[in-house]
Design a protein around this ligand. Sequence first.
Ligand SMILES: *[C@@H]1O[C@H](CO)[C@@H](O)[C@H](O)[C@H]1NC(C)=O
Ligand SMILES: *[C@@H]1O[C@H](CO)[C@@H](O)[C@H](O)[C@H]1NC(C)=O
Ligand SMILES: *[C@@H]1O[C@H](CO)[C@@H](O)[C@H](O)[C@H]1NC(C)=O
Ligand SMILES: *[C@@H]1O[C@H](CO)[C@@H](O)[C@H](O)[C@H]1NC(C)=O
Ligand SMILES: *[C@@H]1O[C@H](CO)[C@@H](O)[C@H](O)[C@H]1NC(C)=O
Ligand SMILES: *[C@@H]1O[C@H](CO)[C@@H](O)[C@H](O)[C@H]1NC(C)=O
Length: 427
Amino acid sequence: MTILFFFLLFVNILSVPALADLTDDQVAIVKQRLAESANASWELGVEAQAFLELDSPKYSVTTSGAKLPPSSANPPSSLNEVFAIARNVISERGAISNNPQPFIQDVSSGDPPSVGVAVILANLTNQQSSDGQNYRQAILNQFNYLYTVPRTDDGAISHRSDELQLWSDSVYMVPPFLAYYGVMTKNKSAVAESYNQIRLYRQYLRDQNASSLWKHMAFGTNQDTGHWSTGNGWAAAGMIRVLGTIKNSQYASSFKNEQKDLINWVLEIHDGMYQYLRSTNCFGNYANDNSSFDDAASATLLASTAYRLSTLAGKHNYVHLAERTRIALTAVSTLGGGPANGSFAAMVHFDADGWLLPVVNPLAVGELGSQSPEAQAFVLMMQASYEDWARAGYKGINRGTRSGTSPSLSLAVSFSAGVALVLVLFF
Ligand SMILES: *[C@@H]1O[C@H](CO)[C@@H](O)[C@H](O)[C@H]1NC(C)=O
Ligand SMILES: *[C@@H]1O[C@H](CO)[C@@H](O)[C@H](O)[C@H]1NC(C)=O
Ligand SMILES: *[C@@H]1O[C@H](CO)[C@@H](O)[C@H](O)[C@H]1NC(C)=O
Ligand SMILES: *[C@@H]1O[C@H](CO)[C@@H](O)[C@H](O)[C@H]1NC(C)=O
Ligand SMILES: *[C@@H]1O[C@H](CO)[C@@H](O)[C@H](O)[C@H]1NC(C)=O
Ligand SMILES: *[C@@H]1O[C@H](CO)[C@@H](O)[C@H](O)[C@H]1NC(C)=O
């Protein structure tokens, strides 16, 4: 009996990763929902980045040690989905002029550049030779277009084309494009400009009266001065991408102080946000507003930035809280239940079709939504960044725990022990 107990316990410990982790089938379904639903410009941008992180990590700037520029020869087939995004966007644009022009016609000037990395990869690997799209010119036009839209006096590029507005979202959409463009075309001043845009956005949106949380918006008619949690996530994740781009590039040693700033500014957002992580391991939709609904989208996005700050910058400050979120969101609801066939049947935080819940409506950020394309991308980014962090040795996992056991491990062990005990009693 005792031997059986320890045998079962042992077997259960061996199967730890499956207990608080998405299965490959589930990841595939989350990805499918994203691919079917992404349509708005920024959704296509974050979709492409999520696909890179998940399936083509050597081509993602968020991967530690993935040297830039990546190889232009023999692109792996995993990049085909990313090329398809670029191809659809550029072919729908119609004839490409030689004038400043965004990748996608949009009321937002900030969102369309978010697909820039995908388009630059298509250009790098010479997709035009098979599909005839003029990626090179489209990139140049988009880059030049950013210099035609409204700016603050000190140069912060507006998120909207019709009037000056700064949105925290923009930090994910514009600077990562500028940095990647700069590295790939050997334009050091474009790399410097990516950092400069982040510096300016922080100057206008960081709220020193609210522990440095970022406001969602500044300037213009469309005011949302609340501290939108997903916006803080966009800002942190955009900084992570620029940090990774610079660090993995030929300019790493030229921009040492800029990298330090970016690391500190991500940590500043983490310090502001994580004090508000709720017992549900989600954030309120507006982090410092207790009355705002629980939102898993922002918690997922911020978790990915906590893992990335560990693997890219050796700062492990918040990985233990990222783990809490990840485990809570991927947990199954019934003891001994669990997704036997890759479905989401027993999961609390996904509906039966694999949509993350609960999530803010990405088209009306004060409202609870039901199906969020960007949240599906955040799940893939959390998964990919978690796996990278796990492979690097779970650094920082002991923070905030007494025993030194990883939270996921201790959860899994106690869960396993419970299952084993039930089986022993049954026998
Ligand atoms: C997809 O986006 C285009 C504009 O980019 C819009 O016209 C269309 O209505 C959107 N489709 C859906 C299903 O939302
Ligand atoms: C696009 O590819 C061409 C070579 O085909 C290269 O000269 C150009 O710099 C590339 N543009 C970008 C933005 O990577
Ligand atoms: C390099 O980037 C800067 C923006 O910082 C831009 O003004 C300049 O035109 C770019 N140069 C080229 C050759 O694209
Ligand atoms: C902080 O609060 C003070 C006093 O209410 C106000 O004067 C100041 O403008 C606020 N600063 C920011 C960045 O909101
Ligand atoms: C918000 O909720 C937390 C946790 O329940 C509590 O400690 C805090 O005092 C609340 N803040 C406000 C302003 O009600
Ligand atoms: C997977 O499990 C769900 C819920 O238990 C069930 O509804 C579905 O039919 C199963 N699918 C397959 C292919 O077995």
